[in-house]
Design a protein around this ligand. Structure first.
Ligand SMILES: Cc1cc2nc3c(=O)[nH]c(=O)nc-3n(C[C@H](O)[C@H](O)[C@H](O)COP(=O)(O)OP(=O)(O)OC[C@H]3O[C@@H](n4cnc5c(N)ncnc54)[C@H](O)[C@@H]3O)c2cc1C
Ligand code: FES
Length: 299
């Protein structure tokens, strides 16, 4: 497994700080959360993760007879690490995932009950740059970080917000959904020391419209150096990347290409590079500088 975490295809990503574990997590709770669900897992020997990393999780709880349909695990962002702030050593760590039921794997996941066991591999991938951004042209301390989340992309941003706050960054969080009920995790972001802006397409909560409206306002407000971090549907990330480029600020995105293995073996998660060729999202990402991606070539 360590091979997946030591080779870099992306100049902008940071090294993982811990080797992933492969094991069985215990379901602590699995409850409805707006349009999706919140799954809390106790993971033996959990090594801690970096904001933006993910786990490959079994499609549902372990059955008495090994399940072959679906056979493959599903990638999920690590939404929260409970009782920790960053990398730590502990016998059992608790993590939370936020997910929506879209197909058979997430349907089976939604049926997992407290005390049942689910296969987990992780943390995987390269997270957001925190301590040594490779391309920042300004001293980032105190400068504005604008985090933009749409749909379940919100799940990649909570630990990032906490990490940036602890590094002295001024953090703006923009969460978007179709309507008020789509805004997962809102109460936890409200409790953070961030400026929280919610947008809904039907105007049922916060700003009426898309996340790009407050993002454009934030980028043109004249404050010194900002960085944008955008996670959500591809058209949303593409629009955020374009706004960031227009305003000459860095934009990091986290791609959610479908994955089969999660560590660079199946080649199923390839994303086109702006300079030609492909990235394996699971290994070089999922976090990338937006300008590294050929957005027109993404599925
Ligand atoms: C790094 C990463 C992090 C992710 N984090 C989260 C998360 O925090 N919460 C969450 O709800 N989901 C997340 N996803 C997406 C999640 O993995 C898929 O929704 C899940 O695998 C679908 O499995 P399924 O068996 O339910 O659906 P399937 O039966 O496999 O597919 C059902 C439908 O969803 C589509 N689909 C499947 N996977 C994706 C995908 N990755 N992107 C877009 N469409 C897809 C299929 O084309 C199909 O139309 C993440 C994906 C990646 C790569
Ligand atoms: S998911 Fe298998 S190579 Fe990326």
């Amino acid at each position: 497994m360590s091979d997946a975490t030591t080779k870099s295809a992306s100049a902008t990503s940071i090294e993982n700080k811990a080797d992933p574990i492969r094991g069985h997590a215990r379901v602590v709770s699995n409850e409805e959360e707006g349009p999706g669900r919140r799954l809390r897992l106790a993971v033996p020997d959990w090594p801690g993760s970096i904001p933006g990393q993910f786990v490959m999780i079994g499609a549902g709880a372990e059955a008495g007879v090994p399940r072959r349909d679906p056979l493959l695990p599903r990638p999920m962002a690590i939404y929260r690490e409970l009782g920790s702030s960053g990398v730590r050593a502990s016998a059992e760590g608790e993590i939370e995932l936020l997910y929506r039921v879209v197909g058979r794997g997430t349907q089976l996941l939604s049926e997992a009950r407290e005390g049942e066991s689910i296969k987990v591999v992780g943390p995987l991938g390269r997270g957001f740059p925190l301590d040594r951004p490779a391309v920042a042209s300004v001293d980032e301390s105190g400068s504005k970080a604008i985090l933009v989340g749409g749909g379940t992309g919100i799940a990649s941003l909570y630990e990032l917000a906490r990490a940036l706050i602890s590094r002295g960054r001024s953090v703006v969080v923009i969460l978007g959904g179709r309507s008020a009920g789509d805004l997962m995790g809102q109460r936890e972001f409200e409790a953070l020391d961030v400026q929280l802006i919610c947008t809904t397409e039907d105007g049922s909560d916060g700003v009426h419209g898309l996340v790009t409206t407050p993002l454009a306002d934030g980028l043109t407000s004249g404050e010194r150096g900002a960085t944008v971090y955008a996670v959500g549907p591809t058209p949303m990330m593409k629009a955020c990347a374009a706004l960031a480029a227009t305003n000459s600020v860095d934009c990091y995105v986290s791609l959610e290409n479908p994955m089969a293995c999660g560590f660079g073996v199946c080649l199923g998660c390839a994303a086109p590079r702006a300079e030609g060729g492909f990235f394996l999202v699971c290994r070089a990402g999922p976090v990338f500088l937006a300008r590294e991606i050929d957005w027109e070539g993404l599925p």
